[in-house]
Design a protein around this ligand. Structure first.
Ligand SMILES: [Zn+2]
Length: 756
């Protein structure tokens, strides 16, 4: 079967074709006949989505600000509900009551060496018709910052990551008792106040640097797509990665009316110090007033100033106070009951709430989701009967930190563990290349879907365009070789930052996250300028990539819902696990080498010899070289996994013809096993110090936030120098992988049993 796929690949490169004939190989998990029927329904489906509808959904839903708790958020939820009902879904709104702070007081002023008061205000622009809806806009702030009133010298800390504080140590600068100013980007924003507080800072400012999303990249809004001097990135700073996302008062359980709630002071996921986001217009006078050493070269941005680190003489006063209110989040849940296997669920979601008008984030993705639902409604009228249950969800409260999806997943955890087969997510969507992230058991599957969707600009398949763009970007000959020869393009592992988190990391449900992008720059993220006017000038304004997203995700939902056997593949998965094992060994070896080298340089006197007495620096400390770790249990488990994956693949390809006669009961039992396969990769006790995160292969990094840490227990053990913990985690991961191999083996035996 894999060889087949490779042949198909070469064929596709020569003659791009999207037409299917009777000779096409059957879809994985389908009998030849049902595969043919499925392809016909999918073909009809992909012809339906209409850019004009996508445009209209976005215009309607972005007409006013619609953050959590706002009047228009509720109106939007009801409008979406009405559409689902109109299209034949069994739909309702499910509401949770969550902690959602909004600003009461925001003051930022410089009191020394000169006086300056920050504006903290995004002005309306005459050309942009929704930018003047002042009474409904949330002010610029970071949600889940604690209240605070602090005055202290200012220090510039680059992106505010752990390695930046190591550089500060070398410069002999401590942030203890200071207020830090960090640039946005290079990590999830909440990492910045977290690390600052760990180093003793008492306040944190985060600004949008023009080098990252301002005039250094393109013209600023409204002349161009980038952030103007007053634009501010709102956003959550909840410390979700070390505790959990969702409502801070109900960790691990649904925020339903009777739920037991923590008091505010016991909530673990609030920041430890006050935080405020600012524009570069407000940041420039503060940064310009700093003295002390010049910032290291790679820390400097594009403002017309000399970037110094401080501390001082700039001294700032930061005061923030919030309304700590409980607000409703309104999730829209819409269902099509499965005709044969109603107790196996395919779930599809995208959020509907925004920080302000949110045309790009999230409505560009929400519009695609709605158009998929409309198309499926039409197919139902024409006689399409999905085998499994399909659940479409429009989440509320994603922006504050995945509130609606997390509370729903926690409330329905038992049912979901029993019934959920796959969750597919999207969020903002733009022009360009398909981004595929997810569980590696779905890598082969989603590659297959991408081969059946046409790219609107090149008319290649979106798979071909992605492959060729990756070849263009590849850094080495080995990478290019793999891109040309491996049947499937590698999908990325998922960290966090959008609504799949509870499904994958907490419940162990196989997950995909999909979207298009990469062709347009944007600097309006989480500002009042992310609106219909911006999207119609600077992004996918003819909505052809919105249509492509609807075609891609809709095809994936249908193909998963209709397959006799859930189309999971373990060969790509085992290959990925082997790669991760090698990556971890290399991570440790590199770390050992780095520390050995540094120790040697200390002995040789390199630091003393290169010291400039007018710009003094502090030599690094001597460190113990990390011990060797025993990776054998993981290597062995990865090999068992590869063997059982091959076995399952063979058993599956031999049983394809017999699938039609397979009794429903046997299929149900096999599919139950397959649904278990992602659950097996979780551990009830969770990751060290963060028990809510139960997946042993994927998690958001404690110090990267949205960025993924694969095999997080082992990887973060090594990164954080907890070597004995890393060694224990190797054993725990290996045990889960051995169990997974046994499950796959048993699924292969079930399939072989059918043929006898
Ligand atoms: Zn979003």
């Amino acid at each position: 079967m894999r060889r087949f796929a490779a042949v198909l690949l070469i064929f596709n490169l020569i003659v791009p074709t999207l037409a299917f004939s009777a000779e096409d190989p059957a879809l994985v998990g389908y009998s030849p006949r049902s595969s043919q029927t499925e392809r016909e329904w999918e073909g009809k489906f992909r012809a339906i989505p209409d850019p004009a509808n996508l445009r209209e959904y976005m215009r309607r839903l972005s007409a006013r600000p619609h953050h959590v708790g706002s009047a228009f958020d509720k109106e939007n939820a009801e409008w979406i509900l009405a559409r689902f009902k109109e299209w034949g879904f069994d739909a309702h709104i499910e509401t949770f009551d969550v902690l959602f702070p909004t600003p009461k007081v925001r003051v930022l002023e410089m009191i020394e060496p000169t006086k300056f008061t920050a504006k903290l205000e995004e002005p309306s622009l005459a050309v942009d018709p929704t930018s003047n809806q002042k009474s409904e806009q949330l002010p610029t702030y970071n949600a889940y910052s604690i209240d605070g009133d602090v005055t202290a010298p200012l220090i510039f800390v680059n992106y505010g990551l752990p390695e930046d504080y190591e550089r500060l140590d070398r410069l002999g600068i401590s942030v203890k008792g200071a207020i830090v100013i960090a640039k946005y980007s290079h990590s999830w924003r909440g990492v910045k106040p977290k690390v600052a507080a760990e180093h003793g800072a008492i306040g944190c400012l985060i600004y949008s640097e023009p080098k990252d999303d301002g005039y250094a990249r393109d013209n600023v809004f409204p002349q161009g797509p980038m952030r103007n001097p007053d634009g501010v990135q709102r956003g959550s700073v909840m410390d979700f990665a070390s505790s959990s996302p969702g409502d801070p008062l109900t960790p691990g359980i649904g925020a339903t009316p009777g739920a037991k709630r923590l008091t505010l002071k016991d909530a673990k996921s609030l920041t430890k110090i006050p935080v405020l986001p600012i524009s570069y217009g407000d940041a420039q006078p503060l940064l310009a007033a700093l003295k002390g050493p010049m910032a290291p070269e790679d820390w400097r941005g594009n403002l017309p100033i000399s970037y110094h680190v401080g501390p001082g003489p700039a001294k700032v006063h930061l005061k923030v106070e919030f309304n700590w209110d409980t607000k409703p989040v309104n999730d829209v849940i819409a269902r099509i009951a499965g005709s044969v296997a109603p107790d196996e669920w395919i779930i599809r979601g995208n959020h509907h709430d925004a920080w302000v008008n949110g045309a790009e984030d999230p409505l560009s993705g929400q519009a695609a989701l709605l158009e998929e639902a409309r198309a499926m409604g039409l197919l139902l009228k024409q006689g399409w009967k999905p085998r499994r249950t399909i659940i479409y969800t429009a989440w509320d409260g994603e922006e504050p930190m995945l509130l609606g999806s997390t509370e729903w997943a926690e409330t329905h955890a038992d049912e979901l563990r029993q019934h959920a087969a796959v969750y597919i997510n999207s969020d903002g969507n733009d022009r360009g290349f398909l981004a595929m992230g997810g569980s590696h058991t779905l890598e082969q599957f989603i590659n297959g879907v991408a081969r059946d969707v046409e790219d609107p600009e090149t008319k290649l398949t979106v798979w071909q365009r992605l492959q060729l763009s990756k070849i263009a970007e590849a850094k080495s000959g080995d990478d290019r070789k793999e891109l040309r020869q491996r049947a499937d393009l590698r999908i990325s592992a998922l960290g966090s930052g959008t609504d799949f988190t509870a499904f994958l990391d907490h419940l162990g449900i196989a997950t995909l996250d999909l979207g298009y992008g990469g062709e347009d720059e944007q600097g309006i993220y989480h500002s009042i300028y992310d609106d219909f006017y911006w999207y119609m000038h600077f992004s996918d304004f003819d909505f052809v990539y919105g249509r492509a997203l609807a075609q891609t995700v809709g095809t994936a939902v249908m193909r998963l819902a209709d397959a006799e056997i859930l189309p999971l593949d373990f060969v790509d998965f085992a290959d990925t696990v082997q790669k991760y094992t090698k990556d971890l060994e290399k991570l440790l070896a590199d770390k050992q080498e780095e520390i050995r080298e540094r120790n040697q340089e200390l002995e040789e006197g390199v630091f003393k010899a290169t010291l400039d007495p007018r710009r003094p620096t502090v030599a690094p400390l001597r460190e113990e070289v990390p011990p060797h770790l025993n990776f054998a249990p993981m290597q062995n488990a990865a090999e068992s996994l590869a063997r059982s994956a091959q076995h399952y693949l063979q058993a599956l390809s031999h049983s394809q013809a017999a699938l039609e006669q397979s009794p429903v009961e046997s299929l149900r039992a096999l599919n139950q096993q397959l649904m278990e396969s992602e659950r097996k990769l979780t551990n009830e006790d969770g990751l060290p110090r963060r028990p809510w995160y139960k997946h042993l292969l994927y998690a958001p990094g404690v110090y990267s936030g949205y960025g993924v840490k694969t095999v997080p227990g082992v990887r973060e053990g090594i990164e954080q120098k907890k070597y004995s913990e890393a060694e224990q985690e190797i054993v725990r991961v290996a045990r889960a992988l051995e169990d997974e191999a046994a499950l796959i083996e048993s699924a292969a035996h079930s399939l072989e049993g059918w043929r006898q």
